[in-house]
Design a protein around this ligand. Structure first.
Ligand SMILES: NC(=O)c1ccc[n+]([C@@H]2O[C@H](COP(=O)([O-])OP(=O)(O)OC[C@H]3O[C@@H](n4cnc5c(N)ncnc54)[C@H](OP(=O)(O)O)[C@@H]3O)[C@@H](O)[C@H]2O)c1
Length: 299
């Protein structure tokens, strides 16, 4: 039986991974997060350890206790606006702590799968970014995630970096929302919503992250992989697809430009990721955006 350690297990993506993987009898899964288990579920059998990965000694004890074959790091300070003004904390969590994990993965000869982001790119491209392109982040969150990728590459041999983008699905109560849920909530409540029409992404259904990560666990190569949805569209277009699925009037959706939004934190305009490498090497087959919206809202 393979032992899996999921770090960031209270988070949106981490909890979905913990839940999906622990339902499989072939795996013995341990979740780890900064706070205690926020969503205890007796059905899938998993262990849970509260730990702060910013402390190197804690990470050492964690690996000794779990003896993992695979470590999946979904932990992060993942809100760009927060990272922009809490720079020291962001660098510590998103990069320096990742170095602790990578060195310990090397010591224990286990495979490290680390989640990263499309925000490592500057967004100046007009075609989908491949894994070969050089990061050039435009905000501090993207910078720390890029540095986290470097910590992985420089400190362990057996790794995969999985870049995801706009992860959406059904959150647990208390988890941060996502674009699909947010738009659905507003439209159902009859409230207007402003969305940018000139930022393009390849949104990722959260269940497809599990598909990609499982394939990466078994894959013999180390490297960077783009694990996103198959379609690149603007944030406004995502909102229109949600309205369409719910059969609600799109008139409450107000498309605006990035400059009109005047956000304090810069964001890449076009950060669509190419998934051709994952399709070719991992047989990764994500669902369409419409299917993902249906799965997210049909509960
Ligand atoms: N969500 C997206 O749209 C998106 C897009 C692109 C990339 N990503 C990347 O995908 C990954 C998952 O994102 P997410 O949005 O699912 O994350 P999330 O919901 O923000 O969850 C991150 C989790 O990390 C845990 N954590 C933070 N600091 C920690 C520490 N020092 N020690 C242990 N655990 C710690 C937190 O635990 P507690 O709750 O226990 O405090 C939190 O639940 C991240 O790497 C993110 O950068 C996400």
């Amino acid at each position: 039986m393979k032992r899996i350690l999921v770090i960031g297990a209270n988070g949106f993506t981490g909890r979905r991974l913990l839940s999906d993987l622990s339902r499989q009898p072939a795996y013995r899964v341990t979740g780890c997060s900064l706070r205690p288990d926020l969503f205890p579920d007796p059905v899938p059998a998993y262990h849970f350890i509260q730990a702060d990965i910013r402390e190197e000694e804690t990470v050492k004890r964690l690996f000794e206790a779990v003896q993992p074959d695979y470590v999946i790091n979904t932990s992060a300070l993942s809100v760009p606006d927060y990272c922009e003004i809490h720079r020291e904390e962001a660098l510590l969590t998103n990069a320096i702590a990742v170095g602790h994990l990578a060195r310990m993965a090397e010591t224990h000869a286990c495979r490290l799968i680390h989640l990263s982001t499309d925000f490592v790119f500057d967004g100046c491209s007009s075609t989908l970014y491949t894994e070969n392109e050089k990061p050039n982040p435009v905000n501090y969150y993207g910078f720390t995630k890029w540095k986290g990728e470097e910590e992985v590459i420089n400190n362990c041999h057996n790794y995969a970096i999985a870049r995801v983008a706009i992860v959406y699905g059904t959150p647990y109560k208390g988890q941060h929302g996502n674009i699909v849920q947010l738009v659905a909530d507003r439209l159902r409540a009859g409230q207007p919503i402003r969305v940018v029409a000139d930022q393009w992404r390849t949104p990722t259904y959260v269940g497809d992250v599990t598909q990609g990560i499982e394939a990466l666990m078994l894959h013999p190569e180390s490297g960077i992989y783009h694990i996103t949805g198959p379609t690149c569209l603007s944030i406004a277009d995502i909102a229109y697809r949600v309205a369409d699925y719910l059969q609600l009037s799109p008139s409450l959706i107000e498309p605006i430009t990035t400059s009109a939004m005047s956000e304090a934190t810069p964001r890449p305009l076009f950060s669509g990721l190419s998934i051709e490498k994952a399709k070719r090497e991992l047989n990764y087959r994500p669902c369409s955006i419409d299917e993902g919206i249906k799965r997210s809202l049909a509960v």
